[in-house]
Ligand binder design. Sequence first.
Ligand SMILES: Nc1ncnc2c1ncn2[C@@H]1O[C@H](COP(=O)(O)OP(=O)(O)OP(=O)(O)O)[C@@H](O)[C@H]1O
Ligand SMILES: [Mg+2]
Length: 277
Amino acid sequence: MEILSTQNLSKNFGAEDVLKNINFSAEKGELISIIGRSGCGKTTFLRCLNCLNILNNGTINIDGIMLDAKEFNGQKLGDDHSSKSKNDDFLKDSLQYITKDEIHKKVHNIRKKVGFLFQNLNLFPHLTVIENVMLPIEKVLLKSYDEAYAISEKLLEKVAMNKYQDRSSALVSGGQAQRVAIARALAVNPQIMLYDEPTSALDPELVLEFIEIARSLKNEGMTQIIVTHSLGLAKTISDKVCYMDKGEIVEYGNPKDLFANPKKSRTKDYISKLILS
Ligand SMILES: Nc1ncnc2c1ncn2[C@@H]1O[C@H](COP(=O)(O)OP(=O)(O)OP(=O)(O)O)[C@@H](O)[C@H]1O
Ligand SMILES: [Mg+2]
């Protein structure tokens, strides 16, 4: 069953066309890696899927919610500087919601379905581990403190971080911080998880831990999209691999075919250069 798709999704920053007519789809429970050169638009694509960037054209379908670029009508989102609107009281980040308009509601509902693991994790250093996880449960799901606490304890157990739940998140190691950030992204009980280079700062053992978490989420039916520069990770973990170049999807298929027999010369070229990674 298809859970996520985009139709002719386009995004520009000023004169730069960063995403060009992206047609993408993911089935429920699939684990998909997106690979491609630095600057090809991978992060921007993930951010569009989570409405952290506004698409300029096209549509996104996420688990029954359809968002058309036209609906934004020039409104601005967070640090997205590409639109011309001066509507300042819009969303500043993924944890701030204003539900005045239909579009705000839609964005809010999409974000409840989509968890996002930022490359730099974005934990709040002045909060403890458990407080970081509780935050979206209180702010987005509007649950009480006690409920949020109980849900967060379970999520931290899932990523084996409950031992450290009262520690300041500024004091946990990189691998631990990542697990906390995963628990926080899972806090809104999403159907889909997006990860931006989740293993780039991890040692090999921690990469294996990440793979374990991703696999156990897959077993629970989670749909996951992973942006990575690690072809090893993409090969090991993915049901499908998507190769992007210059804002376009060049090739999209199962990892065996894509890595062993790339159909497009652009894919071949990229993979041959990265054979050592
Ligand atoms: N908020 C923004 N304002 C202006 N330009 C941006 C913004 N965000 C991204 N870009 C530009 O869009 C292009 C694609 O960036 P993006 O971060 O999506 O690439 P990427 O594929 O994730 O690269 P990397 O592998 O290095 O992370 C780049 O040229 C970048 O400079
Ligand atoms: Mg990026």
